[in-house]
Design a protein around this ligand. Structure first.
Ligand code: ATP
Ligand code: MG
Length: 298
């Protein structure tokens, strides 16, 4: 978890701002007592974009709304899996009209401190690790794989969701058992792999490869049910590739913020503060986010 200054968090009357991550601002109903579990959370997705653990300037206009729409669409596709969306908002403060499209009102869950990562393809940090060890997060893989290759089967590579200010850390499945117990650890792994399979089939039918993704789950304090939380299958939490480009050998036609990462890698030494993104990079990234939403949901 990284916290940014809350100065940029929009004002939502009736709600109290409690936390800002790199991208999203969280609120509880203003009448929530200090240590009480809130009746719900308001999660507002900003247009902020982060890369290499830095929040960049300027934001990508429309990003918060596009990613919220995508998340909602996926929750609906996966509606047989319990999720944190609150359907009936009776008794809760209203969401300001200008924030509605970038907001989700969700149940306040007891979150598991585990980021449930599933990888169907070798890429990013997985590819780096494979080159050094022929394995990813302790899972041995066949020799001779290349950057971007499809894995023989999707693998579950969890990470520990570190407390504020610390870096998330890749952990073994056994470590998740120590953290949350065998039964919940197994349930998170099974659910994550199942959701990945379902989502990648849906994406593939629309010409999009879901290379990898990260889920977060929590327990519903009322029902005890393990519940899908956070954002789901957005281009901030997932790597999406264009299937046609992939098949023709171009393995970088990605729908996420790869354009931003590539530009930064070429124009910044990663020592001082990151440079301001050029307008052209902002526009191309915004167009890519819009295209992904269109491809998946049209
Ligand atoms: P980072 O900037 O590294 O992403 P972050 O993950 O803390 O930090 P956000 O993703 O912007 O920042 O914030 C969302 C936070 O809300 C996360 O900590 C996530 O675990 C938590 N969260 C998501 N859904 C729920 C829920 N239903 N109940 C309680 N907490 C939730
Ligand atoms: Mg997060």
């Amino acid at each position: 978890m990284a916290s940014v200054s809350s100065a940029s968090a929009p004002v939502a009357p009736g709600w109290r701002h409690v936390y800002s991550g790199k991208v999203r601002d969280l609120y509880v109903p203003a009448d929530t007592a200090q240590d009480a579990r809130p009746a719900a959370l308001l999660v507002v997705a900003s247009d902020r974009v982060s890369a290499f653990d830095h929040v960049l300037e300027p934001g990508i206009h429309g990003k918060g709304e596009l990613l919220t729409e995508l998340s909602r669409w996926w929750f609906h596709q996966l509606r047989t899996v319990p999720n944190h969306l609150v359907a009936v908002r009776e008794g809760l403060p209203p969401v300001p009209a200008e924030l509605e499209a970038r907001s989700m009102v969700v149940k306040s869950l007891e979150m598991f401190p585990v980021e449930c990562v599933v990888r169907g393809y070798l890429s990013g940090s997985g590819w780096k690790e494979y080159q050094a060890s022929e394995s990813v997060c302790g899972i041995a893989l066949p020799a001779g794989l290349h950057d971007g290759d499809r894995l023989p089967q999707p693998i579950y590579t969890p990470a520990y969701k570190a407390p504020l200010g610390e870096h998330d850390e890749n952990i073994s499945f056994e470590r998740t058992v120590e953290l949350i117990g065998l039964s919940d650890a197994t349930a998170l792994r099974e659910l994550s792999l199942e959701i990945y399979e379902r989502a990648s089939a849906i994406a593939e039918a629309r010409g999009v490869i879901l290379a990898d993704t990260k889920f977060e789950f929590g327990r519903d304090p009322e029902t005890g049910a393990i519940t899908l939380a956070d954002e789901v299958l957005t281009s901030d939490s997932s790597r999406y590739w264009d299937a046609a480009a992939y098949d023709s050998g171009e393995r970088t036609a990605s729908f996420d913020k790869q354009i931003v990462r590539n530009w930064l890698a070429a124009n910044w030494d990663q020592v001082g503060p990151p440079p301001t993104l050029p307008q052209e990079i902002v526009e191309r990234t915004a167009a890519r986010y819009a295209e992904l939403l269109q491809r998946l949901t049209a």
